[in-house]
Design a protein around this ligand. Structure first.
Ligand code: NAD
Ligand code: IPM
Ligand code: MN
Length: 367
């Protein structure tokens, strides 16, 4: 995308809970960019998750998918909430999330855990353990136990049984491994493949295929690690990791753990790529415990917009300016309550944090 060519068309899916709250500064940034003339952008909104079920009867309505088809990039807030937890499985908000990832073919979920130097004191871990942390979780996103069949709840002889299937094909493993090695090549050249090959056949194949793909990347070091050990190593010595590649379920769990290393789950953005259109979302959920209370940290959402500019619209300049604005506000000691700690000068709410980042960003646009 450039200023004169086709517009970058962004689909906005705020979703449920804190989703719409953390979206406010994102809308402000898009407006600021449009006014500055620095990019030719168009955007529209659609429903996903619980709010979509409320409005249309289903969590991922056809109108939303039509808008997905028109978009160059999709930005999502969060879905879910206790109100929807008792709905039939197919109507649950989380189904929409899996549905849109599958629809887009976004098989590679990049969840980078980098700590802002300003937040080293905000982590629950010791500064020496997490300072300069910079690791990348590459989570397989459209396969594994999340999608495997058979699945369901069946009744056999009057006894109910819940069934899910962990399954990975060789091509599915090879393509996610390739993403990890390509990323590692431009980083510190180390891939840790996380599996449970001491117990699961799907992991035995995973380990073998990752090893085969590795042959094309001799300059990258590969190690294999069992997931239980990886969970422990992540809090013991996270700086040993560069790129972690793993399946859908293990990646879900380990990325929440990695998020906390950076201070809060409210800091971690993600990019889901590999399909025609990229999907960008914070890794956190709808946080029903704090929704509507002006307590949510909007930075993961704001940083997801930066990823969108970087990976889908090829606008490293705008991505850098967004990240710079976040950094500037953190360096002033401004914190939401989840990241307060040493170095915090003023604890603010969602709105004020968003306003301040937006102001920094707008100033950078004027330059
Ligand atoms: P969650 O990520 O919503 O919240 C976990 C904890 O982290 C909560 O204490 C919450 O207050 C806190 N938290 C999360 N985001 C925060 C932020 N931006 N700022 C400050 N604190 C933050 O996970 P959960 O409570 O297990 O799930 C709640 C709902 O969200 C469920 O319905 C779940 O299915 C859904 N969910 C959705 C997504 C998504 O849309 N991508 C991701 C995870 C969970
Ligand atoms: C995430 C979430 C989702 C997942 C849920 C809500 C379906 O936890 O994006 O990390 O498990 O992928
Ligand atoms: Mn998760």
């Amino acid at each position: 995308m450039n200023d004169k060519g086709q517009p970058g068309r962004i689909l906005l899916l705020p979703g449920d809970g804190i989703g719409p709250e953390v979206f406010v500064p994102v809308l402000g940034m898009l407006e600021t960019i449009r006014k500055s003339g620095k990019a030719n952008l168009e955007w529209e909104e659609a429903y996903i998750g619980g709010v979509a079920t409320d409005k249309t009867g289903v969590p991922l309505p056809p109108e939303t998918l039509q808008k997905v088809d028109r978009a160059n990039a999709v930005l999502l807030g969060a879905v879910g909430g206790p109100r929807y937890d008792t709905l039939p499985y197919e109507l649950r908000p989380e189904r929409a999330l899996l549905g849109i990832r599958e629809y887009l073919g976004a098989f590679a979920n990049l969840r980078p855990a980098r700590i802002f130097p300003e937040l080293v004191g905000a982590s629950t871990l010791k500064p020496e353990v997490i300072s300069d942390l910079d690791l990348m979780v590459v989570r397989e996103l459209t396969g594994g136990i999340y999608f495997g069949k058979p699945r369901g709840i069946v009744t056999e002889g009057g006894v109910r049984r819940g069934i899910n299937t962990e399954t990975y094909s060789e091509p599915e493993i090879a393509r996610i491994a390739r993403v990890a090695f390509e990323l590692a090549r431009k980083r510190r050249k180390k891939v840790t493949s996380v599996d449970k090959a001491n117990v699961l056949e799907s992991s035995v194949l995973w380990r073998e295929v990752v090893g085969l793909v590795h042959k094309d990347y001799p300059e990258v070091a590969l190690e294999h690690m069992y997931v239980d050990n990886a969970a422990m190593q992540l809090v013991r010595n996270p700086k040993q990791f560069d790129v972690i590649v793993t399946g859908n379920l293990f990646g879900d769990i380990l990325s929440d753990e990695a998020a906390q290393l950076t201070g809060s789950i409210g800091m971690l953005a993600s990019a889901s790529i590999g399909g025609k259109t990229g999907l960008y979302e914070p890794i956190h959920g709808s946080a029903p415990d704090i929704a509507g209370k002006d307590l949510a940290n909007p930075l993961a959402m704001i940083l997801s917009l930066a990823f969108l500019f970087r990976y889908s619209l090829d606008r490293e300049d705008l991505a850098g300016q967004i990240e710079g604005a976040v950094r500037a506000v953190l360096s002033q000691g401004i914190r939401t309550s989840d990241i307060q700690g040493e170095g915090s000068v003023k604890v603010v709410g969602t709105r004020e944090m968003g306003d301040r980042v937006l102001r920094e960003f707008s100033n950078a646009q004027g330059r």
